[in-house]
Design a protein around this ligand. Structure first.
Ligand code: PEP
Ligand code: MN
Length: 338
């Protein structure tokens, strides 16, 4: 349930209403002060609340029922786009954020070298996996804590904030110390115990869509994090499984406008994992920007042929720099900067 408040209502009146609702109905009332409207979202069991009792309140303009199961992630609860701050970067604003870097951190030299190159090319963030969720137990599993240390060193050298994937709640302390954005990978999108723990963290979460999950399921996973107290969630479309075998996954371009209609959260796109092929990264990145993506995650490796994971979809630093140049006019065409 959402209460749209009358224009010009004071913060004191909003606070009075919030306290009254919580005391009377035992639900959480979350006020959101937008650019031109203030709304109060009711979260919890609202089935016993009679709409007229709320409509009669002085501060209330109108009451709307929310049919979707996600509340905090719902655009109806938060009509303005959410901005997620990552150091001096803002996800969800006019500037598109590009996170670039290797699939896996392989050594200090490797990640620092790539970080310098992608920073020069205009990336805003460094990506790099340290805990790798691999399909095969025989494949490279990542440098784990050591990898996160190298990410932090690369941040020190370049100033780029870093994003890396967490795979287990036991790693939270480590991530809190070493990374700026905590990534939840496709395979863990519905690891609800992990999501609940991340709700207690005061760091942005980059939540990737599971390859067999619907948009509503993605938003419900965001809801877990937000309901735990962490509003800073960035969603990421990274391709889904379909019958098509020509590409590693099928990039669901329509997910971008669909999510933006349903939710206020920033939406990133990962054309590297969506396609599984370096040559497809550019057209998919362009399409993502044209469709309204707020950010991109792109795999870049100094020596893709010998990468310990995902070399086939990784760009060289030179290819990445060229890509950035070709993406700029696309961003400008849709009123964004890169
Ligand atoms: C990754 O970003 O390194 C990754 C493993 O992606 P996904 O979870 O989307 O497969
Ligand atoms: Mn990868």
């Amino acid at each position: 349930m959402i209460l749209v408040l009358k224009r010009g209502i004071t913060r004191e009146k909003v606070e009075e209403l919030r306290a009254w609702i919580e005391a009377t109905y035992g639900v959480t009332a979350a006020p959101i002060f937008g650019s031109d409207t203030t709304v109060v979202g009711l979260i919890g069991d609202t089935s016993a609340i009679e709409m007229p009792a709320l409509e009669m309140q002085d501060a209330v303009e109108r009451v709307m029922k929310v049919s979707e199961p996600f509340k905090r992630a719902n655009r109806k609860f938060h009509p303005d786009d959410s901005l997620v701050r990552i150091g001096s970067l803002t996800a969800g604003g006019q500037r598109i954020c590009v996170a670039a870097g290797p699939c896996s951190v392989e050594s200090e030299e490797q990640v620092c070298g790539i970080a310098e190159a992608v920073a020069t090319a205009g990336a805003g963030m460094l990506r790099g996996g340290a805990f790798k969720p691999r399909t095969s137990p025989y494949a490279f599993q990542g440098l784990r804590a050591e990898g996160l240390m190298y990410m932090k060193k690369a941040k020190g050298a370049t100033g780029l904030p870093v994003v890396s994937e967490i795979t287990n709640p036991s790693q939270i302390e480590l991530f809190n110390e070493f990374v700026d954005v905590v990534q939840v990978g496709a395979r863990n999108m519905q690891n609800f115990e992990l999501l609940k723990e991340l709700g207690r963290l005061r760091k942005p979460i980059l939540l990737k869509r599971g390859f067999s999950n619907s948009i509503e399921e993605l938003l419900m996973s965001a809801e877990y994090v937000m309901n735990g107290g962490n509003p800073d969630v960035i969603l990421c479309e990274r391709g889904i499984r379909t019958f098509e075998t020509s590409t590693r996954n099928t990039l669901d371009i329509s997910a971008i406008p669909v999510i933006k209609r349903l939710s206020h959260l920033p939406v990133f796109v990962d054309p590297s994992h969506a396609s599984g092929a370096a040559w497809l990264v550019e057209p998919l990145a362009k399409a993502a920007i044209a469709a309204g993506a707020d950010g991109l995650i792109i795999e870049v490796h100094n020596d893709p042929k010998h990468a310990l994971s995902d070399g086939q979809q990784s760009l060289t630093p030179e290819q990445f720099a060229a890509l950035m140049e070709r993406l700029r006019p696309v961003a400008e065409a849709v009123g964004r900067t890169l």
